[in-house]
Design a protein around this ligand. Structure first.
Ligand SMILES: Nc1nc2c(c(=O)[nH]1)N[C@H]1C(S)=C(S)[C@@H](COP(=O)(O)O)O[C@H]1N2
Ligand SMILES: [Mo]
Length: 362
């Protein structure tokens, strides 16, 4: 689908080459499951044209290296489906950019989506390769696309810790919501790492390598690392950055949109919240910039710990300007920072401060 067609379909294009796009916040929150052609697209380079029988090599610290296609995976291993939200570490970056410029696309609240992913367990495939769990610490993924980081071209390569790779919900997937992956979402095979930043869910998978050490490509070694606010990019010691894997608690208002003009009377708010591998326990909504708080009602799918929570709240607002705010609380009582300044970082990752929208009731 072309960028123009996406824009016609409620998508906001961040860039066309590479294609980066997010659904409008109203379209995003209209359903619990995000349809594939509305799902945000985050690619670092051109979409590779792969055939349905593209092979994935499994090697490294395994006894029996081998290669698999979607067809041989499907015939050999149990097919499983996992409902999981995928979120870019740069989601909500535009909030940071109101504090101070950062690198990266100015994502709104839409670099996130929820799908039912179908494929096989990565752990089953590693087991068939004779992986005995000894010594190795990381599983590396190599993809078919070439990407450029700070002007240098290299293959897309990332890795995850071994324990996460062996988690039964970590998949090599070929379908989203029962449909084959579209080219832009990783056709024919991609990794899905529930609860981790989207960057670890390698699309256009080509090689899986069990290793002592993380992937060496710049996407793993430099990008997607978190630094304190005082650090500037030019002075960053890349090895000292925190590797962004598990995603922190976050929440966003999707409806009404920032800057909306509403008519006086009942006002409905809708949005999402998520807390990595913890459950969202409560969502607080403030109709007046954080002075007073009300509890939103929550929609959660039973048995789907990796899926987001949708929340909604309805109230009355008088004429004038209002600042609506949301924050989530997880089952450990943890919540979000109040202001973006608290967590600003030069690359603009993990924008988790209370989400605020300014509206006018006329
Ligand atoms: N091969 C490859 N895999 C990739 C990427 C990429 O550019 N190339 N982008 C990553 C990032 S940063 C995110 S957030 C997710 C986005 O997946 P989607 O485009 O299907 O939503 O894919 C990840 N996997
Ligand atoms: Mo991302």
């Amino acid at each position: 689908m072309t960028a123009d067609e996406r824009a016609d379909r409620d998508m906001v294009i961040q860039s066309t080459d590479p294609l980066n796009a997010e659904p409008t916040s109203a379209a995003l929150i209209a359903s619990f499951i995000t349809q594939q052609d509305l799902f945000y697209i985050r690619s670092h380079g051109p979409v590779p044209a792969l055939s349905a029988d593209h092979t994935v090599q499994v090697d490294g610290m395994v006894e029996k290296p081998g290669s698999w296609t979607r067809g041989t995976l499907e015939r050999t291993f149990a097919t499983v489906s996992v409902l999981a939200t995928l979120q870019c570490a740069g989601n909500r970056r535009s909030d940071f950019q109101q504090v101070k410029a950062t690198a990266g696309d100015p994502w709104g609240v839409g670099a996130i989506g929820t799908a039912e992913w179908t494929g096989v367990r990565l752990g089953d495939v590693l087991g068939a390769a004779g992986f005995d769990g000894q010594d190795a610490h990381h599983v590396r993924f190599l993809s078919a696309d070439e990407v450029s980081v700070d002007g240098k071209r290299d293959s897309y390569g990332v890795s995850i810790p071994l324990a996460k790779a062996l988690h039964p919900d970590t998949l090599i997937a070929w379908a989203m919501n029962g449909e084959p992956l579209l080219p832009e979402h990783g056709f024919p095979l991609r990794v899905v790492v529930p609860g981790f930043a989207g960057v670890r869910s390698a699309k256009w998978l080509t090689r899986i390598e069990v290793s002592l050490t993380p992937a060496i490509q710049p996407i793993q070694a430099k990008d997607y690392k978190l630094f304190p606010s005082a650090i500037v990019k030019e002075e960053a010691d890349w090895d000292a950055g925190l590797v962004i894997n598990a995603m922190p608690i976050n929440a966003a208002i999707c409806v009404p949109a920032d800057g909306a003009h509403l008519t006086a009377g009942p006002v409905a708010m809708h949005g999402y919240a998520l807390a990595g591998d913890r459950a969202v326990a409560r969502v607080d909504v403030s109709p007046n910039g954080g002075l007073d708080w009300c509890q939103a009602s929550l929609e959660q799918k039973p048995g789907a710990p990796w899926a987001w929570t949708r929340w909604s709240w309805a109230g009355e607002l008088g004429k004038g300007n209002h600042e609506l705010v949301v924050r989530a609380v997880d089952e450990a009582g943890q919540t979000q920072p109040s202001a973006p300044d608290d967590v600003w970082n030069f690359a603009g990752y993990l924008a988790t401060s209370w989400h605020r929208v300014r509206i006018k009731v006329v």
